[in-house]
Design a protein around this ligand. Sequence first.
Ligand SMILES: Nc1ncnc2c1ncn2[C@@H]1O[C@H](COP(=O)(O)OP(=O)(O)OP(=O)(O)O)[C@@H](O)[C@H]1O
Length: 277
Amino acid sequence: MVVPMRASTEPAPRAVAGAPVVDIKGLSLTYEAADGPVYALSNVDLQIAEGEFVSFIGPSGCGKTTLLRVVADLEQPSGGHIRVNGVSPNEARLRRDYGFIFQAPALYPWRTIRRNVELPLEIFGISKAERRERSARQLELVNLKGFENKFPWQLSGGMQQRASIARALSFDPKLLLMDEPFGALDEIVRDHLNEQLLRLWDKTGKTVLFVTHSIPEAVFLSTKIVVMSPRPGRIIDIIDASSLGRMRDLDIRETPEFLQIAHRVREGLRAGHSYDD
Ligand SMILES: Nc1ncnc2c1ncn2[C@@H]1O[C@H](COP(=O)(O)OP(=O)(O)OP(=O)(O)O)[C@@H](O)[C@H]1O
């Protein structure tokens, strides 16, 4: 799926230096469902600085996807404030400030990998030469050079997800919003993609917001881990994992420091759970 964006080629104004890329204060969101209101988010405060890798973890239905969708201007909050790169989510969307990556790669089977990656650029009338140049660059970044002319069904699930990351990068957005992108993949593929994603993040300096159910994945990837409570989603703990360094290999998961952070995430999840129901 491609998030609608404006065709403007004007450079986006820079956010104020030092200001958070995502600034959320007192945010709440209630869905009006047919059988009554669903309180999805309550009083969420969060600041994310440029270049951070932030994971969101919490029980099913706690509002992780909802929070990402608010940042992406796909849901409107019921209360509170949110700024993305110093502007409203709507303005950020129109400026193409972010790319969204979903759990399913959602590639069009009748288009080659290159033409899938180029689709958002095509929609906005970017010239063929520029499309080629950008898609080649992004596909190289996700290690899919040489697969440009394949169709999605000729690629493994992990490769398809890498293609969808390349597509989200096609406009070179500042922010990557990733909603359980590797949730459907087996553990070995997932480990590999986690390493690749970390390298990509390091190389590009993007700010990443990443939803996951996996504690090891959250700790391995993140500079910051946001632990959320069951519905209505609130932030229980924000854990700084930057002490693990920027570039990590999978062996780090055996270290006492890693295990200590994972333990704190687990404790937060446990504390947030109500065992009364
Ligand atoms: N459009 C909607 N209308 C009504 N309720 C909704 C809507 N979208 C989500 N919800 C409800 O809001 C709550 C939060 O949903 P959300 O998808 O954000 O949770 P989540 O933490 O991402 O869950 P999961 O980990 O299972 O993906 C859930 O109870 C969900 O059923």
